[in-house]
Write a protein that binds this ligand. Structure first.
Ligand code: 5CA
Length: 438
């Protein structure tokens, strides 16, 4: 994409309404614009990153055996009356009336809807186990939306729902998601710690929040210093019930809990290794058994002909919140440092002198060749000062930057810069190309 034809409204100054660095950078780098309190438009660059994050989430859900579908944002109030949550959910639910005076709501979550969909077609034990998920917008009328997309009112969530014949099966489904989450966040360059957590309005008694440590996070968390060591993830067999349980047990062996679930005995045991911090909740998984299946009358025929009430769990990831969490974890004074996996473009080309024929010919040619090689490339071909171009590329965090200037071109070289380390090397165009394409 040529920057001269792009829609990339970057800001020089930090907007005064933003308090935390990720929110400031998201506004400055032209990723989002607020359209109403806690509601954001995703500008072209933000939309690209959002789709990258969603795609990683999708690939890891699929790998763990979950199946994608898409449910609507609007739901009927009657569905929520079946579980008894319509009144219980309170003022966080955005309630809407249609022209026929039917009560509707903008979904804050989808346990009721997926249970009714599954109920309509699941008949026997052969239809289980299944885990279904979608990536869809949610609305929660938060009292205090803040920190940009971190706590929005409208936000993108991946929510998965598992159906099993019994508790042991449901635990395996839970473990699948537990491990899928570790892989998902690691691919985005994040260390998310699974912490024992409260279940709130979703219900149940087994639950983990996945927390990325950040001083600006909204959760108070306590954990063993072992969590500060880098994680090692190996490939896993998601169908291996005991193998998966061993992995999960390994991960939960070191203490980690949110404020609501602190355990004095385990904290004493950790002693001087106990750490306290703040963190951002990027995922939350729940096992709640028959909480929805029973009142909503979901039944299947078991292997022996008897009726079985499926055991369920639900598993959320804050897809839009993740963008804020990634920026909190990866930025410097000049701007965002996107991990390669979620960067809006892999390579940026800076043409220092658009009025210089040799520079422009070389830059145009490099741009065409990168595009041909299938590399996502942003080409700064604007008639601007070099300094402004460097600042923009750094602000928007492009991982590889190739600078083409008249002196270099005269010697047959360009400068290749790595955004994460700041390292710069002079290379021939061929070598620079080989480096970023490979
Ligand atoms: N039904 C369950 C699991 S699918 C559920 O709704 N869980 S949740 O309430 O914990 O939300 C799942 C994830 O959505 C959270 O871990 C968080 O990352 C994200 N999330 C929740 N509220 C917001 C919000 N107001 N703004 C942005 N992300 C949010």
């Amino acid at each position: 994409m040529r920057l001269s034809r792009h829609f990339l409204p970057v800001l020089k100054e930090s907007p005064s309404d933003a308090q935390i660095v990720s929110h400031k950078l998201m506004l400055r780098a032209g990723l989002v614009r607020q359209t109403a309190a806690g509601i954001y438009a995703w500008l072209p660059l933000g939309q690209r990153v959002l789709q990258k994050i969603a795609q990683i989430v999708r690939e890891e859900q699929d790998r763990a055996g979950a199946i994608e579908l898409l449910m609507p944002t609007l739901q009927s109030a009657d569905l929520w009356r079946e579980s008894g949550r319509y009144d219980a959910y309170g003022p966080e639910m955005l309630r809407i009336t249609d022209r026929h005076d039917r009560e509707m709501l903008y979904g804050p979550t989808n346990e009721e809807m997926i249970t009714s969909i599954f109920r309509d077609s699941a008949r026997s034990y052969r239809d289980l186990p299944r885990t279904l998920y979608h990536i869809q917008w949610k609305f929660r009328d938060e009292v205090r939306p803040r920190f940009g997309v971190m706590r929005g009112r409208e936000f993108l969530m991946k929510d998965a729902y598992s159906f099993d014949l019994d508790e042991a099966g449901a635990r395996h489904s839970y473990n699948r998601m537990f491990v899928a989450y570790l892989n998902t966040f690691a691919r985005m360059g994040l260390r998310a710690i699974p912490m024992q957590a409260d279940t709130g309005p979703i219900g149940g008694d087994l639950s983990h929040e996945f927390i990325v440590l950040a001083p600006t996070g909204e959760s108070d968390v306590f954990y063993h210093s072992n969590w500060e060591k880098p994680a090692e993830l190996s490939s896993v067999d998601f169908d291996d019930v005991s193998g998966l349980q061993t992995i999960v047990s390994g991960y939960t062996a070191d203490y980690a809990a949110t404020d609501e679930k602190r355990d004095e005995a385990r904290e004493a045991e950790a002693g001087a290794d106990l750490r306290q911090s703040r963190g951002v909740e990027v995922g939350h998984i729940f096992y709640f058994g028959e909480k929805y299946s029973k009142p909503m009358n979901l039944r299947v025929q078991g292997p022996d002909g008897s009726e079985v009430i499926p055991h369920m769990g639900s598993y959320g990831i804050g897809v839009s919140r993740l963008m804020g969490a990634i920026i909190e974890a990866s930025h410097d004074d000049n701007g965002i440092i996107w991990p390669d996996a979620v960067a809006p473009y892999k390579v940026g080309i800076i043409n220092m002198r658009v009025d210089d024929e040799a520079c422009t010919a070389a830059a145009d040619d490099l741009y065409a060749r990168l595009q041909k090689a299938g590399v996502e490339v942003l080409y700064d071909d604007r008639d601007e000062r070099g300094g402004a171009k460097f600042a923009t590329m750094d602000l928007i965090g492009i991982p590889w930057q190739i600078v083409i200037g008249p002196k270099g071109i005269a010697r047959g070289v360009v400068e290749l810069k790595r955004r994460s380390t700041g390292e710069k090397v002079e290379l021939s165009i061929e070598d620079a190309l080989a480096k970023v394409v490979g």
